[in-house]
Design a binder for this molecule. Structure first.
Ligand code: UD1
Ligand code: CA
Length: 472
C-alpha cells in the first residue's frame, strides 16, 4: 500500500520533480519496460524516484508510456512514501515532449523549481542532487555533466569564451568539432518552473532525430540572458542503463554502495563480493554476513546475529543473537532472538520461531509457530502447526496437514515429546507434557501427560534366521 508522506527535507518555494520513464528501452531486448528491470531488488525507475524524494521533491511526476500501468504500480509499491503522480506520454516524441506531458501536473503543483531526472539513471546520490538544487539557488538552470570514457551518443556541453554553458548539442546534430568535446550532459536538471514553461513553448523538432529535445532548454536560457550552472560529477553516478551490460554494472556499483554503508554501520561481511543485499534491507551492528548470503525484499536482521554461507532470506525478520547456518532458504519468516536455524532448513511463509527455538537440518516449516525453546532438529515437515514452549520434535516427524482437499492444524502443548518418525494426522492435538512413541501414526488427540502409541506391536521369532537358511 502507498502512504505518501511529506519529505523530511523541505525546499523553500517548493520543489517538484519529473522522472522520465516512458521509453521502452529497445536495447534491453526485453518484453518488459526498461525501468521495471530490478537493480538490487528495486525497479530501475524507482531509484531516481527515491533520490528525488530524498532531495525534498513533492510531488514527483512520473512520465510513463510503455507499459504505463505496470510502471505506475511498480513505482508506487517501491517508493510508497513518495507523493507520486503520473502523466501519460502516449508516443515518445523526445525528452522535451515528455516534460510537456508533465506540464499540467507541474502547473497544479505550482512549485518554484522543478528537478528533472531520467528513469534509467539509478546511481545518483542524495549529496549530488542536493548540490544540484543548491546550484539552482543562483542560476535559473543547473545541470549535471560528466566526462565518460566514450562520449558516444551523449549530448555535448558547448561553453562560451568565459566557460559558461550555452548549449547542449546532441551527438547526431553535432559538428566534428563539437563531437570532440569530452564534457557531456547527464540529462539531470534543476530549473525554475517559469523558465521551464517558457522554454517548452519554444521547442522545435527541427533536428536530426525529429524530436522535441529538452536539452534545447539550455540554449533558450543562454539566449534570454539567464544564468546556467553546470556541475561536473563522476561518471559512475550518472551512467545511464541502456542494455543489460549497463544493468549488471549499475547493479554491481549499487550493491557495493549498500554493502559499504552497512559495513560503516557495524556489519561484518565475510566476503562483500559475493553478498547480495537489496536496497531497504536493515542489518544491526555486530552481525556477521557470510559469503554467498542473499538478503532480499523487506528483510530485517537484528544485532549480533549470524547469517551462514549461501543462505537466502526473503522478506524475513531475524532477531538479535540468532544464528542462521549455511544453506537455508527462508521466505517471509519471523525468527525470534537467540534462535538457531539450519544448516539446510527451509522456512516458508507464516513461519514464526520464538526465542531460543532451534530448527536443524532438512526441516521444512510453513504457517507454523514454534514456541520458545522448541526443538526440531532433523528431517521434519511442520505445516499448519502450533507448538508450545519447550517441546521436542523428534527426527523425521511429519505433520500430515493436507487431506487432498483441505489443510488442517496440528496443535502440540507445552513440554511435549514427539518420538522420531511420527506422523501427526491433522486435525490433531497432543496435550501438554504428553509423549508420542517413535514411529506412531497419530490420528486421535493425545491427552495432557499421556503417552500415545500407534504402531504395530513388535513380535520376535527366535531362531528364524537359521531356519530360513536351512529351508533354502
Ligand atoms: C538524453 C539527452 C542527452 C544526454 C542523455 C543522458 C536529450 C535530447 N538528450 O539523450 O543530451 O546526454 O540523455 O543520458 O534529452 N524518454 C521519455 N520520453 C521520450 C524520450 C525519452 O520518457 O519521448 C525518457 C527515456 O525513457 C529515458 C530518458 O527519457 O528514461 C532519456 O531518454 P533517452 O532516449 O535515453 O535520451 P538520450 O537520447 O540518450
Ligand atoms: Ca534517444
Amino acid at each position: 500500500m502507498t502512504n505518501p508522506k511529506p519529505p523530511e527535507k523541505q525546499r523553500p518555494g517548493g520543489l517538484a520533480a519529473v522522472v522520465l520513464a516512458a521509453g521502452q528501452g529497445t536495447r534491453m531486448r526485453s518484453a518488459q519496460a526498461k525501468v521495471l528491470h530490478p537493480v538490487c531488488g528495486r525497479p530501475l525507475g524507482a531509484w531516481p524516484v527515491a533520490a528525488a524524494r530524498a532531495a525534498g521533491a513533492d510531488p514527483i511526476v512520473g512520465v510513463v508510456g510503455h507499459q504505463a500501468e505496470a510502471v505506475e504500480t511498480a513505482l508506487r509499491a517501491a517508493v510508497p512514501d513518495a507523493n507520486l503522480v503520473f502523466a501519460l506520454q502516449k508516443e515518445q516524441r523526445g525528452t522535451g515532449h515528455a516534460v510537456i506531458c508533465a506540464r499540467e501536473a507541474l502547473a497544479a503543483a505550482a512549485t518554484e523549481r522543478v528537478l528533472i531526472l531520467c528513469g534509467d539513471v539509478p546511481g545518483l546520490t542524495a549529496r549530488t542532487l542536493d548540490a544540484l538544487v543548491e546550484a539552482s539557488d543562483d542560476a535559473e538552470v543547473a545541470l549535471l555533466t560528466f566526462a565518460p570514457e566514450d562520449p558516444a551518443a551523449y549530448g555535448r556541453i558547448v561553453r562560451d569564451a568565459e566557460g559558461l554553458p550555452v548549449a547542449i548539442v546532441e551527438a547526431a546534430d553535432a559538428t566534428a568539432e563539437q563531437r570532440a568535446i569530452t564534457e557531456v550532459n547527464a540529462g539531470i536538471y534543476c530549473v525554475s518552473t517559469a523558465l521551464l514553461f517558457e522554454a517548452l513553448e519554444s521547442l522545435s523538432a527541427d533536428n536530426a532525430q525529429g524530436e522535441l529535445y529538452l536539452t534545447d532548454l539550455v540554449a533558450h536560457a543562454a539566449k534570454t540572458g539567464r544564468r546556467v550552472a553546470a556541475i561536473r560529477v563522476p561518471p559512475d553516478e550518472v551512467a545511464g542503463v541502456n542494455d543489460r551490460v549497463d544493468l549488471a554494472r549499475a547493479s554491481a556499483r549499487l550493491r557495493r554502495r549498500i554493502n559499504e554503508d552497512l559495513m560503516r554501520a557495524g556489519v561484518t561481511f565475510q566476503d562483500p563480493e559475493t553478498t547480495y543485499v537489496d536496497a531497504g534491507v536493515t542489518v544491526g551492528p555486530d552481525t556477521l554476513l557470510c559469503a554467498g548470503v542473499h538478503l532480499r525484499g523487506a528483510t530485517r536482521i537484528g544485532a549480533g546475529a549470524e547469517i551462514g554461507p549461501y543462505s537466502i532470506l526473503q522478506d524475513t525478520t531475524v532477531d538479535s543473537g540468532t544464528k542462521i547456518r549455511a544453506h537455508c532458504d527462508l521466505d517471509s519468516a519471523v525468527i525470534g532472538p537467540n534462535a538457531s536455524v539450519g544448516p539446510f532448513a527451509r522456512m516458508r511463509p507464516g513461519t514464526v520461531l520464538e526465542a531460543g527455538a532451534a530448527v536443524g537440518n532438512f526441516v521444512e516449516t510453513k504457517k507454523s509457530r514454534l514456541g520458545p525453546g522448541v526443538k526440531a532438529g532433523h528431517l521434519s515437515y511442520l505445516g499448519d502447526a502450533e507448538i508450545e514452549a519447550g517441546t521436542n520434535v523428534g527426527a523425521g516427524t511429519i505433520t500430515c496437514n493436507y487431506d487432498g482437499a483441505n489443510k488442517h492444524k496440528t496443535v502440540i502443548g507445552e513440554g511435549a515429546f514427539i518420538g522420531s518418525n511420527t506422523a501427526l494426522v491433522a486435525p490433531v492435538t497432543v496435550g501438554a507434557g504428553a509423549y508420542v512413541a517413535a514411529g506412531s501414526t497419530i490420528t486421535q488427540d493425545v491427552p495432557d501427560g499421556a503417552l500415545g502409541v500407534a504402531r504395530g506391536k513388535q513380535k520376535n521369532l527366535p531362531g528364524w534366521a537359521k531356519r530360513r537358511k536351512r529351508d533354502a
